[in-house]
Design a protein around this ligand. Structure first.
Ligand code: APR
Length: 353
């Protein structure tokens, strides 16, 4: 082939590659996106490619549709689509309540017979202390220790997003982030639980582990707001669809976007299952550096106060700890905030061996 022709072809190839390939590819992907918008089972490879090219912007419509679809799926359907076995998943009935857990502990400890002054056995039966992976819990909601972008990260945030799949990120992308101390609820998609309550804990990297009052207030707000948002969710979903007023916004669903009010109010008619059981990780005690025992104290104190105010709103609160040090902290503090009759409320130092 003549050198001149070769050079011309080489120039055309370089020019195409540099100036045309990308725009043509983007046009192709945007075409793919409109197919995804119309289809209910958008394949995650295409979504991943669209996201890589910064093209994928899930509209509220597609997100709400996916949220509806996954909240209606059975555990078996989710397990079939996800990569976990039903046998690996734990339900509330598999987890010992705090009184049962304490009884088992008592077998190794000399229990004294002081009856606890503010023991409330009904509340204590709602409490579960469990060590393990929160993504394996088949409870109504699990709490995610997220960051303010709500777009995923490491630690428990990374584990939850990895197990839930890309549709969780799609819903989070429409929530415009989350303030520290606030909480937002999404569906849980490919997780065994139905909902994820995302909250952002305070960053607490004080070298001498002294916690500022502000950080303590923010962590308290995380636990309280998660439960307040659950209460709001349950109140909204208690009523029958025909009582929902036409332009009332569903909590946590922004009515912005290009939808007409009619389509939004029609969507608001869909009602979601209540949240009666919720699992908390040890918020802020990992990457955010909150001292573990102080965080456990905030968690237990806040949950006890909330349950005293709303004794009938929840059936179970699970403290899902991951590290042995957290187990020890909660075993030490649970008898203080959820005292049991005939169980030692506080242990002397030699018990902490
Ligand atoms: N299940 C339960 N608990 C877990 C899991 C899991 N799969 N993985 C980690 N944990 C525990 C950690 O051991 C720690 O006790 O969750 C607690 C919280 O640790 P982080 O996940 O690091 O959360 P946090 O300290 O609040 O920092 C939040 O980390 O992951 C990023 O995106 C997140 O930027 C945010 C920051």
């Amino acid at each position: 082939m003549l050198p001149r022709v070769q050079n011309t072809l080489r120039f055309v190839a370089i020019a195409f590659n540099h100036y045309l390939r990308q725009p043509i590819y983007r046009t192709f992907l945007i075409g793919k996106m409109s197919q995804i918008e119309d289809s209910t089972d958008s394949d995650s490879e295409t979504v991943a490619e669209l996201r890589r090219c910064h093209i994928y912007e899930p509209s509220r419509n597609s997100v709400l549709r996916d949220r509806d679809i996954y909240l209606k799926k059975s555990l078996f359907e989710i397990a079939e689509e996800a990569d976990w076995q039903i046998s690996e998943v734990l339900t509330i009935s598999d987890l010992p309540t705090w009184p049962e857990y304490a009884k088992a502990l008592e077998r190794t400890e000399e229990a004294n017979n002081t009856s606890a002054a503010n023991a409330n056995t009904d509340l204590s039966k709602k409490i579960v202390l469990w060590q393990g992976d929160i993504t394996m819990l088949n409870v109504d909601a699990i709490v995610n220790a997220a960051n303010d972008s709500l777009l995923g990260g490491g630690g428990v945030d990374g584990a939850i997003h990895e197990s839930a799949g890309p549709k969780l990120l799609s819903e989070c992308e429409t929530l415009n982030g989350c303030e520290t101390g606030d909480a937002k609820i999404t569906a849980a998609y490919l997780l065994p639980s139905q909902f994820v309550v995302h909250t952002v804990g305070p960053k607490c990297h004080s070298p001498d582990s002294v916690v500022s009052h502000h950080s303590e207030m923010l962590l308290t707000s995380c636990y309280r707001t998660c439960l307040d948002k659950v209460l709001e969710h349950n109140e909204f979903n208690k009523r029958s669809p025909d009582t929902a007023s036409k332009d009332e916004e569903r909590p946590g669903v922004s009515a912005k976007d290009d939808d007409s009010n009619a389509s939004i109010s029609k969507r608001l008619q869909r009602f979601e299952p209540p949240i009666r059981s919720i699992a908390f990780p040890c918020i802020s005690t990992g990457i955010y550096g909150y001292p573990k025992e102080a965080a456990a104290e905030v968690a237990l104190k806040t949950i006890r106060e909330w349950l005293d105010e709303h004794p009938d709103e929840l059936d179970a609160v699970i403290f899902c700890v991951f590290l042995d040090s957290d187990v020890r902290n909660y075993e030490k503090l649970l008898p203080v905030y959820f005292p049991l009759p005939d169980y030692p409320q506080s242990r002397s130092s030699e018990d902490e061996t």
